[in-house]
Design a protein around this ligand. Structure first.
Ligand code: IPM
Ligand code: MN
Length: 354
């Protein structure tokens, strides 16, 4: 097969981890006789510096013309420290999600048997954890009306959802649950929020179309607690944008390092794949970033966008092997233990794939 993939490296450690994902993807393509045409484009602080816009039109065009998008990370402290900054890298990410219609953010959380002792949680609690969050990504409080009033002394953000927006992410959730353990948790705050009550109502109406799926309705605060108590009791969790943002960061610590978890954002046009970690500017350029989350995101791309399951499985196998053998970056070692650089980990995976 021939693919065109848009490559949006972004900021901080983005370019380094993307580089390794490209190396690994090319090795897989070579092995399985595919041809990947990569097309790089600017996004985030890098794009602000170059053209004054965190998601330039040219980048959007590159994304639209591609079969899938591989994304690094976005964000720079120089903007975080300035509450009055007019343009921010994150605006680029949000605009990109909206313009590409990336409404369903798929964020798996799983454990690697070889890394169980790296998790801050007790081994017996996290063993066997294999869950997936479906986070709604183009609605809710992230995109609702916001502003200031009373001469700037009052601020507001609004959370709005309509039935269609809820339904299309719910469909993804039910379909995914059907392919997995047939368990779905609708995460909301229906005891307080009207938007959550519409979520719950919509899911309840849809239950009859998926009689094999066992649906639970849980409040987000309770899920936040149960997630670290009994993570292996969950299968598919569907939730709105902000709840999903918070819970998926929480869930990422279960696996032992934020540098391990991949994600996919399924869109109306095409889909985007990215690590769930941020741009980690302190680590940029010194070869300590863990490339595995981005490499596993590339595995999701082969599987979800191209239906190439052997290719994806081959990447996962190589990743598992490298972890078992301790060919890992600094975040996965104890003080004083030997670690490998970002590119050494990528090189080792390529060796395994060949
Ligand atoms: C994420 C990030 C983004 C979000 C930020 C960078 C805007 O935290 O992808 O989870 O809040 O969605
Ligand atoms: Mn987040």
């Amino acid at each position: 097969m021939n693919f065109k993939i848009a490559l949006l490296a972004g900021d901080g450690i983005g370019p380094e981890v993307i580089n390794e994902a490209v190396k690994v993807s090319d090795a897989i393509a070579k092995k399985f006789n595919h041809n990947i045409e990569w097309k790089s484009a600017l996004v985030g602080a890098a794009a602000i510096d170059a053209v004054g816009d965190p998601y330039p039109n040219e980048t959007h065009d590159v994304c639209l013309a591609s079969d899938a998008i591989l994304f690094g990370a976005i964000g720079h402290p120089r903007f975080d420290e300035d509450p009055l900054a007019k343009v921010r890298p994150e605006q680029g990410l949000l605009r990109m999600r909206k313009k590409l219609g990336l409404f369903a953010n798929v964020r798996p959380t799983f454990t690697f048997p070889s890394l169980l002792n790296k998790s801050p949680l007790k081994k017996e609690r996290i063993q066997g954890t294999d869950l997936v969050f479906l986070r709604e990504l183009t609605g809710g409080i992230y995109f609702g009306e916001r502003g200031r009033k009373d001469n700037g002394n009052t601020a507001f953000d609004t959370c709005t959802y309509n039935r269609d927006e809820i339904k299309r992410i719910a469909v993804k959730g039910f379909e995914l649950a059907m392919k997995r353990k047939k368990k779905l948790c609708c995460v909301d705050k229906a005891n307080v929020l009207e938007s959550s009550r519409l979520w719950r109502e919509t899911f309840q109406e849809m239950e009859k179309d998926y009689p094999d799926v066992k649906v639970s309705y849980e409040f987000v605060d309770a899920v936040a607690m149960r997630l670290v108590q009994w993570p292996n009791s969950y299968d598919v969790l569907v939730t709105e944008n902000l709840f999903g943002d918070i819970l998926t960061d929480e869930a990422s610590v279960i696996s032992g390092s934020m540098g391990l978890m991949p994600s996919a954002s399924v869109g109306l046009e095409n889909s985007l794949y990215e690590p769930i970690h941020g741009s980690f500017p302190e680590a940029a350029g010194i070869g300590i970033a863990n490339p595995l989350a981005t490499i596993l995101s590339a595995a999701m791309m082969f599987e979800m966008s191209f239906g190439l399951h052997n290719e994806g499985a081959n990447i996962r196998e190589a990743v598992n092997k490298s972890l078992i053998e301790g060919k890992v970056t600094k975040d996965l070692t104890e003080k004083g233990e030997k670690f490998f650089s970002t590119s050494e980990v990528g090189d080792y995976l390529i060796e395994l794939i060949r």
